[in-house]
Design a protein around this ligand. Structure first.
Ligand SMILES: Nc1ncnc2c1ncn2[C@@H]1O[C@H](COP(=O)(O)OP(=O)(O)OP(=O)(O)O)[C@@H](O)[C@H]1O
Length: 249
């Protein structure tokens, strides 16, 4: 199977330490992959290098696309940020959403930044919010939503553009366990229903247990990898009717 994202010999240093040490990694389209490991093992650094947020000191990151392979590490800043906006979605604990905007505006903004007109963007954003259980809350600002609802907005924002890969860093880290399970359900179901690839950094064994594949880092190296486990199409995670109908993006 072909990799959608492929890293070779990724290396990243910070003063006094090596955060990534010659990491080879490949994600297959449609996989959900948990990246686990002790604090400081390099999880976030790996995620950020794979997503083109950080530039590695050495090594390559290649994204497969219909037009052929694209080397993220050799793109200029402008091309890299356009690729991130169009191909990737992000669900972080905080920081991806703008508190002064409504839920609807936050989600629509992702499309508008890619050149979609406001009317279409808001209509699409409303569909996503409704499908993720936020119908009626479109006009609320983030401070008027619960932590779990805010993360649903982030999940909608990450996918409304049709991003092929969703990167999540501790997406449930700030939530109680019941809310965390609900948000995880929404994330995994919506990603699976749309055939997207998910890379999620987590400390939570429940999150890792629900991903198809688990990659473990220690001291900047991959020390364990359960390997590609994309099920054949007949066994794919079933998309709920809600997700299937609403997300034809
Ligand atoms: N901006 C930075 N400047 C200096 N060192 C950094 C910086 N960012 C990360 N590091 C160091 O790089 C190493 C890997 O950090 P990283 O955040 O990737 O680990 P992590 O596994 O995600 O940790 P955690 O689980 O605690 O979030 C750590 O030793 C960290 O202290």
């Amino acid at each position: 199977m072909n990799a959608i994202l492929h890293a070779q010999q990724l290396t990243k240093h910070y003063p006094g330490n090596i955060a990534l040490d010659h990491v080879d990694f490949a994600a297959i389209a449609g996989e959900s992959i948990a990246i686990i490991g002790p604090s400081g093992s390099g999880k976030t650094t790996l995620l950020h290098c794979l997503a083109g947020i950080l530039r590695p000191d050495a090594g390559t990151v290649t994204l497969s696309s219909a037009a052929g392979p694209v080397r993220l590490d050799s793109l200029g800043d402008g091309a890299l940020s356009r690729l991130r906006r169009e191909e990737f979605g992000f669900v972080f604990q905080q920081g991806m959403l703008l508190p002064e905007l409504t839920a609807l505006e936050n989600v629509a903004l992702a499309l508008m930044l890619n050149g979609t007109d406001r009317t279409t963007s808001e209509a699409r954003a409303a569909e996503w919010l409704a499908a993720l259980g936020l119908a009626g809350m479109e006009q609320r600002r983030l401070g008027e939503l619960s932590g779990g609802q805010v993360q649903r907005v982030a999940i909608a924002r990450a996918q409304v553009t049709g991003a092929r890969i969703v990167f999540a860093d501790e997406p449930t880290g700030a939530l109680d366990s019941a809310t965390s399970n609900e948000v995880l359900d929404v994330l995994l179901q919506s990603v699976a229903a749309n055939g997207r690839t998910l890379l999620v950094v987590t400390h939570d064994p429940n999150v890792a247990a629900r991903c198809q594949r688990v990659v473990e880092l220690r001291d900047g190296r991959i020390v364990a990898d359960t390997g590609c486990a994309v099920p054949p199409p007949s066994q794919s995670a079933p998309a709920t009717t809600d997700f299937k109908g609403a997300f034809n993006v």
